[in-house]
Design a protein around this ligand. Structure first.
Ligand code: PLP
Length: 476
């Protein structure tokens, strides 16, 4: 493609992008296509001769768009948000045009140094401990894996990397029964073995019970195991519970166990001084992760991973083959030694654009608005006889269920028919397309989650959602 043609198509694409964002509310939030529908429209083989960009753009609109779920839709209340913003998109455009692979300082000094500065900005914005040093990773799952690898190596005196795990005895890891599945995945990949992950019980607020944690560590040690890591969570995926960090940190310090904090979603809320009490104890943690790509208006992917001891992290991951040596080795940060892949995208640019465009004040205002909307919606749910607020709101996440009064009269906890009813309600809501919610289990029972955090979600969208939920539930 000639650059003159690229210029024309790029302008058309930008027009499409702006039109798309302006009219996104007219689209169903969750894609309405059936399995195989997109695949059936795609030829079996690539074209032999190049096709025109106009034809490709037309097929993008016709084939791909209907198969997209719109995470940037203001009535997206599913999972956790992956909220983007115009400054972030502009940075991603520049990043794509630069097309740089920023694995070493030398391969783009500005990428390394902007990352260094952005990690300092974010650390200070979230009031994280001043001696934390950060790097950008692709996902919280990867950051947690890196934390578990570091913990494993620390627990084995760095012998695990050299000798393999069979010689290291039984290493154990601890997280609450509400912890995200990425912890178990990391435990498996890092070679601990899933049977050595202890799922610690939670209290009435779904937060890890530190006394049970201390007991589990003591029991494992007495049985000859080596407790290697605890993963605490700020903002669990199910209901947004926050583990009591200060007490967990005290246990970890006493037992000399590595403490990693998974704040994938809730970490962004630490930009708010009034939410920082959740992070008390973080000064004693070894590492901390949060996803700027969840609730900080920065395109997926952009995970901030902080460590207290970068040398331990680098000692775990560094390998220096001759072909990667550079004159600056040892004199500048080489973030390839902080993460698993060698190749690195230039992710700091979008953070820079977002943080400068919003300003700290803009970020705080937007997050406070989401939290206030969740509180307001919780009040609406509580005011209805046939709905039950089950948890929260924890920050901007609440869970609820539909409990028609006819089924309320039964004794004891809600039974399977209530689960079934709420599962039907969820499918009908998402097939309708005006809103998108997802479900979880709370103490074994189905609830619907409302997670508020999309960039353009306003009060009217939450009101619309509540209207749709009531209408469809009562029409079941
Ligand atoms: N940890 C928690 C608490 C999460 O909620 C999630 C995802 O929602 C993750 C980890 C995994 O995040 P990622 O998709 O960045 O790996």
């Amino acid at each position: 493609m000639k650059i003159s043609d690229f210029r024309r198509h790029a302008h058309e694409m930008v027009d499409w992008m702006a039109d798309h964002l302006e009219s996104i509310e007219d689209l169903p939030v969750r894609s309405q296509v059936q399995p195989g529908e997109t695949l059936a429209q795609l030829p079996d083989a690539p074209p032999e001769r190049g096709e025109s960009m106009d034809a490709i753009a037309e097929d993008f609109r016709r084939i791909v768009l209907p198969g997209m779920t719109h995470w940037q839709h203001p009535r997206f209340f599913a999972y956790f948000p992956a909220n983007s913003s115009p400054p972030s998109v502009l940075a991603e455009m520049a990043t794509a045009a630069l097309g740089a692979q920023c694995m070493l300082w030398q391969t783009s000094p500005a990428a390394t140094e902007l990352e260094q500065r952005m990690m300092e900005w974010l650390r200070d914005l979230l009031a994280l401990p001043g001696d934390f040093q950060g790097s950008i990773q692709d996902s919280a799952s990867t950051a947690t894996l890196v934390a578990l690898l570091t913990a494993r190596e620390r627990a084995t005196g760095w012998a695990g990397n050299e000798e393999g795990l069979p010689a290291q005895g039984r290493l154990t890891v601890y997280a609450s029964e509400e912890a995200h599945s990425s912890i178990e995945k990391g435990v498996k990949i890092a070679g601990f073995g899933a049977s050595n992950l202890r799922q610690i019980p939670t209290d009435d607020g779904f937060a890890l019970d530190p006394a049970a944690l201390a007991e589990a560590i003591r029991a494992d040690r007495a049985a000859g195991a080596v407790p290697a890591a605890v993963v605490a969570c700020l903002g669990t995926t199910g209901v947004g519970a926050c583990d009591p960090l200060a007490e967990i940190a005290r246990v970890c310090r006493g037992e000399d166990v590595f403490l990693h904090v998974d704040a994938a979603w809730a970490g962004s809320a630490l930009v708010l001084p009034e939410q920082r009490h959740w992070a008390a104890g973080l000064e004693d943690a070894d590492s901390f992760v949060f996803n700027a790509h969840k609730w900080l208006f920065t395109n997926f992917d952009c995970t901030a991973y902080y460590v207290r001891d970068p040398e331990a992290l680098q000692r775990t991951l560094t390998i220096l083959p001759a072909y990667l040596a550079s004159r600056e080795t040892g004199a500048v940060p080489e973030y390839r030694d902080w993460s698993i892949p060698l190749g690195r995208r230039f992710r700091a640019l979008k953070l820079w654009f977002v943080l400068r465009s919003y300003g700290a004040e803009g970020l705080r205002g937007a997050l406070r608005e989401h939290i206030a909307l969740a509180e307001e919606m919780a009040g609406w749910i509580e005011a209805e006889d046939d709905f039950e607020l089950v948890t929260g709101p924890n920050l901007s996440l609440l869970t609820f269920r539909y409990m028609p009064t006819s089924l309320r009269s039964e004794p004891g906890a809600p039974g399977p028919e209530i689960d079934e009813l709420n599962e039907r309600l969820l499918h009908e809501l998402n097939d309708d397309g005006r809103i998108y919610l997802t479900q979880t289990k709370v103490r074994g029972r189905t609830v619907l989650r409302v997670s508020i955090g999309q960039t353009r979600t306003e009060r009217r969208h939450v009101e619309e959602a509540w209207g749709v939920i009531r209408e469809m539930a009562r029409g079941l």
